[in-house]
Structure formats: C-alpha cells, structure tokens
Design a protein around this ligand. Structure first.
Ligand SMILES: O=C(O)C(=O)C[C@H](O)[C@H](O)COP(=O)(O)O
Length: 338
C-alpha cells in the first residue's frame, strides 16, 4: 500500500493559449485553452494515478482563476489551498513546432496574483499539514523575487517539519533573464533541501561549475555522483535523454541514479507527437509514482519513461492517464483495444 497522505505542490497555475493546428500564433483567429503550470501538471498526473495531491497556489479571483480551480478539482486535485485574490491570472502562449520548426513559448505572467504575492502571505502550516512530501520546481523561483523567497520559505518550512522535498530543475532562461536574478545561488539553496532532483548532467554542471568529460550514461553517473557529494540530503536524481529528430519524432531514454546504483532505460522512439509540452512533468509524475509504489531505480525509470511517452500523445499540459493506461502501455500492443 502506498502512502495515502497528500503530496503538496507549490507553484503558479496558468492558462495556456495555443493555435489549434500547427499554425503560427497570430496566423489563427482561434486559440485553444489549457490549464498549465509545471507543479500543477505533476499534481494532476499523480491525482489521475490515484495519489492524493494538494495544490498550493494563488489565482485571480475572476472567471479565469475560478475555471483553473474547477479544472484541477475536477481532476482530483485538492484545491483548498489555492487562494483566489484580486489581480490577474498568469498566461502563456504556445506556438507548437512542426517539422524542423521548434515550438515557441511567450510568457504573459508578469505581475500575476502569484508573482506579486508577498512571500510572507503563504501559510505553510496549512499548506503542509499532514503531507508526505513537497514538490517544487525551478520555475517558481524564476518568476520573480517574491516567488523566489516563497519557494525558499516553502522548502525551509518542509525541512523544519521533516517533510521531504522533490525539486524539478525546469530551467526557464526567459523568466530568470526578466529580472535582476541570481539563479545559481537560489537553485543551490533549494536543491540543498531536496531528496529527489529532476535534472541532467548539464543542470548539475551549471550548478556546480564542474565540467563532466565522459560520454553518455557514464557522464550522467559522474554528474550524479558529484551532485550526491555536494548535496548531502539528495537520494535520487532522475533525468531524460532526448534526441529530437524533428518536432513529431523524438527518441527518449529515462535515467534514475540513487547513491547505490544508476539505471538507464533503452531509448524509446516516440513518433507522431501530438503535444510535447508537459512531457517533463509527466516524467516527474511517473518517477514519483514509481517511488510511491516502492520501486527501485529500474522500476522508477521505467514508470517515468512510460508516463512521458504517453503524454506526447495527449493535447494539453497535464498527463491525465490512469493506472490502467499505464498498465496497457507497459503490456504493449498499439492497435485499437476493443
Ligand atoms: O513554462 C512554464 O512556466 C510552465 O509551467 C508551463 C508548462 O506547463 C510547463 O513548462 C511544462 O513543462 P515541461 O514538462 O518541461 O514541458
């Protein structure tokens, strides 16, 4: 039996606006709307797999914010710790890639309710009450000084209560560059609280200022060992290796390193991609699911790979797959099930 206590997710929830097909953003006169936000995506993914997930956030007290809360609640996420306050909801525009044209994201989230909320306004006693884990990502501290302080306060509050923290690096250059930020110091501080880190050898290299000279899996193991040495609380590092052939076809392997062992799955061809956004969050969902089920490095990496592969087939940011979907994927056989 896995732990039934909720996992708390702290981060901004937004709306994503994107053209229906492969059109350019303003070539179209219609935009599709999806709820997005890295931490909310993982919360949704885990809720759909039957785990208790609690979203800690703040949205606009208007139709948009209320719709976001309704959507998350409808997907089984506990929304009782989402504040609705006067102000604006963060948005982002996605122009999906096609062929050799890459996808583009335009953020429109400055001065959102979440970004402008003072760090002292968050109630960590309520947010973390009864939780088994807190999940954070590198997006929250990138949003601006209030949310950087709030992310650190969240990690410290979890630490003070003995609640483990998982951290997804999710480096967003465009957010960090928009203000007078110091990503390395802030991210180092946050990862210092984490027992689970989602990040690859490049993220670790940037954090530690170390160059890892090996190749492939060896380089990832070398980077993981350096991170374990630098961050005493860290117990597990998970990453994907993604080769982009074109917008519709990627080859992906999943890797999990613990202090004792490293396991990397064979590369999986993910072709016919419908929507790549949220695939990293689906990977985190799978890895956390694997951990909650008591899996070892191999089982955890395989669950991460399965969830990320499935997400590429689904429009929208969040992974909505159930345990039955995961089992069907693992059994194989891609023809119609009837
Ligand atoms: O960029 C942000 O700030 C967001 O939170 C929007 C998206 O929901 C995530 O970025 C998806 O992240 P990936 O799973 O890495 O594709």
């Amino acid at each position: 039996m896995s732990d039934s206590r909720p996992i708390a997710f702290f981060g901004e929830v937004m709306l994503r606006l994107s053209p229906p097909g492969r059109e350019l953003l303003l070539q179209t006169n219609a935009l599709q709307i999806h709820v997005g936000g890295a931490e909310a995506n993982v919360a949704t993914g885990l809720a759909c797999l039957g785990h208790a997930a609690r979203m800690v956030s703040a949205v606009a007290d208007n139709q948009l914010g209320h719709a976001v809360i309704r959507e998350l609640r409808g997907r089984g996420v506990d929304t009782s710790t989402i504040a609705a306050e006067p102000g604006r909801l963060g948005l982002y525009f996605l122009q999906p890639g096609a062929g050799l044209r890459a996808s583009e994201v335009v953020y429109d989230r400055a001065h959102s309710v979440f970004a402008d909320r003072p760090a002292a306004a968050w109630d960590w006693d309520k947010a973390l009450d009864g939780c088994q884990r807190l999940h954070l990502s590198g997006i929250t501290p990138a949003i601006g000084p209030n949310s950087a302080d709030a992310a650190i306060a969240a990690a410290e509050a979890a630490g003070a209560r003995g609640i483990p923290v998982s951290f997804d690096g999710n480096y967003r250059a465009r957010l960090w560059e928009a203000w007078d930020s110091d990503p390395r110091t802030v991210l180092t501080q946050l990862i210092g609280h984490a027992d689970v880190l989602f990040g690859n050898h490049r993220d670790i290299s940037l954090l530690l200022g170390t160059h890892f000279s090996g190749d492939g899996a060896d380089r990832r193991r070398e980077a993981a060992e350096a991170a374990f040495a630098a961050f005493p609380k860290l117990q597990l590092i998970a990453s994907t290796a993604r080769h982009v052939d074109d917008a519709d076809s990627h080859r992906i392997a999943a890797r999990v390193d613990t202090r004792a062992e490293g396991y990397q799955t064979p590369e999986l061809l993910v072709a016919g991609i419908v929507d790549r956004l949220g695939a990293g969050d689906a990977f985190a969902t799978g890895v956390l699911h694997g951990l909650l089920e008591g899996g070892d490095a191999q089982a955890t990496a395989q669950a991460g790979l399965a969830m990320t592969a499935l997400k590429h087939s689904l429009p929208g940011d969040a992974s909505l797959f159930t345990r039955a979907d995961l089992a069907a994927f693992t059994e194989g056989g891609m023809d119609v099930r009837r």
